[in-house]
Each structure stands twice: as C-alpha cells, then as structure tokens.
Design a protein around this ligand. Structure first.
Ligand code: UT7
Length: 323
C-alpha cells in the first residue's frame, strides 16, 4: 500500500525576538505570571516585510533542501494558516509563485491551531489517492497581526513563525512498522465558536478583527478532547502509549501539554516542548516543535511519532506516523 513518508523538514522564525520582560511595558503582566501559567519565555514577532507567505516560503525552502528536492519535484502545496497575507488568493499560491512553480496546485487550509494536523491528513489522502506524489505541507502564521495588544489575556500568549515538511509516496505493507502516516483522526465542534474566535472578517465586519479567547474555558476542554482523539488513534493502530517514541503536541501552554501527557501516561522524556521558545504559533507550532526535535537528533528514522493539536472552532486531531 501507499504510505506518505516525511522526506524533509524546515522551519523559519521572524528576526525580532520578544522576551516576556519586553511585554511588561506594553500590558500589565510579568515574566513570572507568563512562565508560571503558560511556560512561555519568549516569542518571535514579524517585522516589516515578514509575512505568512515570506515565512512559509523560507520554511518550505529549508524543508526542500533537507529532503534534497527542488520545487520542480512538488505536485501540491497545502498551507495551514489563519493569518493569510490577503483574504485571497491563498498564501499557498503566493508561496507557489515565490518558489517559481507554475505546475501543480496549491491551497490554504483553515483549522486554526489544528491546521497542520488537518493539512498532513489531507496531504496523506491526496498521496494515497494517487493525485500527488510529493506534497509540501506548511504551517505558517503571523498571529501578532490579529492580536489586541491592549488585551493581556491574549497578547502574551502568541508568536509568529512557520514550519514545513515534504511528504512523499512510499511503499508500505499496511503494518504499524511501515514508515509514513499510519493513522489520522480529526474532530471539530462549531458550537464552541465563542470561546476562541476573531471578531472580524470579510463577510461580517469587512475588517480583519482581533483574536478573542476565553482562556480558562479553552483550557477546560483541551485535555479531554485531545486525549480522547489520541486514544482513538491508539485503538485504530492497535498500539498503546508505551509504543510511542515521541509525543509532539500543539505548543499552546506547557500546563496543557503536561496534563495531557500525564493522562496518557506518556513519560516527560518523550514529550517535545518548544512553547517556551516561540509561544503559541497556531498552525506553525507542531512543525516548529518537530523541526526542533529532528534538528537536535531526538527524532530519528523509524521512530513512532504522535502529533496532536487543538484550537479555535473547536477543531482538534491526532496523527500517528513513523519517521
Ligand atoms: O491554541 C489554541 C488553544 N488555546 C489554548 O490552549 C489556551 C488555553 N488557555 C490557557 O492557556 C490559560 O487559560 C491561560 C494561559 C490563557 C490563562 O491561564 P489561567 O490559569 O486559566 O488564568 P485565568 O484566565 O484564570 O486568569 C488568572 C488571573 C486573572 O486575574 P483574577 O481574575 O484572578 O484577578 C487574570 O486577570 O490572571 C490574570 N491575568 C494575567 N495576569 C498577568 C490574565 N492574563 C494575565 C497576564 N498577566 N498576561
């Protein structure tokens, strides 16, 4: 059977680094509060000329280099983002043009913080369906541009960045020992819209709007929803938490990650945490964490890796893959 195997990975961060202490002059907050409640120590904020498409392009080029491939080898680009450069066209076609590609096709995917997990799942279906051999999957965000910088309950939490992977069709035997995507489970429940949303948009206010979040409410749902979908992935693959080599969760809050790992009985040594380094970068958070753990040699070929995310909508999901 066809399996979608990750051939390369790359990441890109804006130049400007903003430490927690730098925010103390903007809103009434403290490094101590932010670290204690979230685990975040710093984030990168896009400057002039840095956009979702430019960061996505940089991550894509790094992933192609890492895979030893060129844009000519790519059939499809999927960009997971909630902060596109323009309402349309998609950031994916912008990145396609930046890469000098006039073949293939490209589109954006909007599932907020779960965007990368949704996009990997979609890419896997295109590959297994035979419509694409190699897919560039990018998570790229500039949430700093939809933050209300007067709202301390949200502006300290998010950052900008991008991560990308190249997925390629490979041969598998239909076993969990195969390399590539093994299972993908997605969920959404739109009845939670008011807990995490942007208060503007082209068809409602004709403005971009600002992110609004009832943080405590999101927190309350996060652990249960995420562990539920991961347990579905385990049962589908016929494995247990003990089989997982690396847990790479959405990087929103260290307390949510710790509680999820504890509930699943995943030891902390197997959990990749980078939220301290870049804050919540929404759809870019999982590929940024993955790129870190691959780059420092933790994740190696053959490892069983569990990806997970949860965000606005609510949307949530889990992808199990062998590196
Ligand atoms: O990626 C999408 C998914 N999003 C998430 O996963 C976010 C989920 N939620 C969270 O991570 C947490 O709920 C937060 C980090 C947003 C908040 O942590 P919390 O422990 O739930 O705090 P809280 O909202 O209950 O607020 C506690 C106190 C409040 O003061 P009072 O009412 O107790 O006097 C807040 O006003 O902390 C205050 N507070 C702050 N203080 C200093 C809120 N924001 C700040 C701040 N600095 N930035």
């Amino acid at each position: 059977m066809i399996r979608s195997v990750i051939k390369g990975i790359g990441a890109a961060k804006p130049e400007r680094l903003v430490k927690n202490a730098d925010l103390e002059g903007i809103v009434e907050t403290s490094d101590e509060w932010i670290v204690q409640r979230t685990g975040i120590r710093q984030r990168y904020i896009a400057g002039e000329g840095e956009t979702t498409a430019s960061l996505g392009e940089a991550a894509a080029r790094a992933a192609l280099d890492n895979a030893g491939l060129t844009p000519d080898d790519i059939d499809l680009i999927i960009v997971a983002t909630s902060t596109p450069d323009n309402t349309f066209p998609a950031s994916a076609v912008d990145i396609q043009a930046r890469l000098g590609m006039t073949h293939g096709f490209a589109f954006d995917m909007q599932a907020v913080c779960s965007g990368f997990v949704y996009a990997i799942t979609t890419a896997d279906l295109y590959i297994r369906g035979g419509m694409a051999k190699r897919v560039l999957v990018i998570g790229s965000e500039t949430f700093s541009r939809i933050l209300d910088w007067k709202d301390r309950t949200t502006c300290v939490l998010f950052g900008d960045g991008a991560g990308a992977v190249v997925l390629e069709a490979g041969e598998g035997r239909g076993l969990t020992s195969d390399r590539g995507v093994l299972t993908a489970n997605l969920r959404s429940d739109g009845s939670h819209k008011q807990k995490l949303y942007v208060d503007g948009g082209p068809s409602s206010t004709q403005t971009v709007g600002y992110l609004r979040m009832e943080g405590r409410e999101v927190f309350k749902h996060a652990v249960g929803m995420v562990t539920d979908v991961i347990e579905a992935a385990f049962s589908e693959a016929g494995i247990t938490a003990a089989d997982i080599d690396w847990f790479v969760p959405h990087q929103a809050n260290k307390r949510i990650i710790d509680a999820t790992a504890k509930k699943l009985e995943l030891p902390s040594e197997k959990v990749v945490i980078t939220v301290d380094q870049h804050g919540n970068t929404s759809a870019a958070s999982v590929p940024l964490a993955l790129a870190t753990a691959v780059g420092d040699g933790r994740i190696k070929q053959g490892d069983l890796v569990l990806l997970e995310a949860m965000g606005g909508g609510f949307t949530w999901g889990a992808v199990l893959l062998r590196w």
